[in-house]
Write a protein that binds this ligand. Structure first.
Ligand code: HEM
Length: 331
């Protein structure tokens, strides 16, 4: 029911009184404050200062902006994942945080996972901007000014993985079996994280500079994040539901789609861009991190799977071969 002005003033008085504040002073502030503008709210001017190409090749701007767009979508994914970990906030009408729910609700979990699915689907579709939207000759020249930086160093991408699944699923598949059901702590598993394989120098077998710098900046953060989510990652939230809720078809489909989006569809589109720019007849251009990306990037080699328990053995066997999505979702 619509409140009258005087009822609203009473509510405001109560709100400020609770914090020992004086409403009339705040009303003075309201009289003096300017109207909000779009450009201030969205921080447009600041946003548009954040693109600083290292060369004069015009296509480098596309490369920077598309990476920034991706990082913003990753931020949205982490925003949803954070709400899942905390079972969702309950906002009261006065805007105050009404506290956390104790148990995640099946509908909430499904909706938030589907939001992440939409973000990833948007990224997967728009990746054509990378695959087809730049001149190869320009790319091959300006990328030399960006060494040894690589998208490999996207911390948000790794954080999304750590909050989506149990840490054991991110351990290199060659050593994973040794640690399953051992309850080894994250610190012990971290040296075997899958991505080390993508950052080992072909010539020497040493960690690439790209990886060394990445670990130095984020290693401790990653371990802390993974530990903090041992019981509140998406899989653990799913397992905390009742057996009947765990059978919920919409939820199980959302989880499957998330696994496909993050671990097959996006990596395949990304791989396509590496092929377009770095692969050529006379031998392949070294990746910015100096790695054997052809053996590392394709999902069928990596077999990163967030939720192995909800896939059949055959589906796991065929991971990344185009089979999973066609057979699971096309009826
Ligand atoms: C023309 C466009 C692109 C090319 C040619 C490309 C190429 C590569 C290559 C070769 C690698 C392997 C690691 C290395 O040796 O550096 C890699 C890793 C990676 N790139 Fe890109 N990339 C492109 C665009 C992007 C974009 C837009 C993002 C968005 C953030 C991104 C994120 C990543 C991530 C997260 C990894 C690590 C993948 C993994 O560990 O499985 N890349 N990229």
């Amino acid at each position: 029911m619509e409140q009258t002005i005087s009822e609203k003033i009473k509510l405001l008085e109560d709100k400020y009184a609770q914090m020992g504040q004086d409403l009339p002073s705040y009303l003075d502030g309201l009289l003096l404050s300017n109207y909000l503008t779009y450009w201030d709210y969205v921080q447009v001017d600041t946003l548009l200062t954040l693109q600083n190409p290292k060369t004069d090749f015009p296509d480098e701007l596309i490369f920077i902006i598309y990476h920034q767009i991706t990082e913003l979508y990753f931020k949205l994914c982490l925003h949803e994942l954070n709400q899942i970990a905390n079972n969702g906030t309950k906002m009261e009408s006065n805007g105050k945080n009404g506290g956390w729910n104790e148990q995640i609700k099946v509908g909430f979990l499904t909706e938030r996972i589907n939001r992440i699915n939409r973000y990833f689907e948007s990224l997967t579709h728009s990746f054509e901007i990378m695959v087809d939207g730049m001149e190869r000759e320009q790319f091959l020249r300006y990328r030399m000014a960006l060494l040894p930086a690589s998208g490999f160093q996207s911390a948000q991408y790794r954080k999304i993985e750590m909050v989506c699944t149990d840490f054991i699923n991110l351990v290199d598949k060659e050593v994973r079996a040794n640690y399953i059901n051992t309850s080894a702590p994250v610190e012990e598993l971290f040296p075997f994280i899958y991505w080390n394989k993508g950052a080992t120098e072909l010539a020497t077998g040493k960690k690439t500079l790209t990886l060394q710098q990445f670990e130095k900046k984020y290693g401790a953060d990653f371990i802390a994040l993974a530990k903090a989510h041992q019981h509140s990652n998406v899989w653990q939230k799913y397992k905390s539901l009742s057996p009947s809720d765990q059978q919920n078809t919409a939820l199980v489909n959302a989880l499957k789609q998330l696994d496909i989006n993050v671990n097959i569809n996006w990596p395949l589109m990304h791989y396509k861009s590496a092929v377009r720019y770095l692969q050529h007849g006379s031998g392949d251009a070294a990746a910015t991190g100096g790695t054997n990306w052809q053996k590392y990037l394709p999902p069928r080699f990596q077999k990163r799977i967030f939720y192995p328990e909800i896939w059949t053995e055959q589906e796991i066997e065929d991971w990344g071969k185009g089979w999973v999505e066609t057979h699971v979702f096309k009826s």
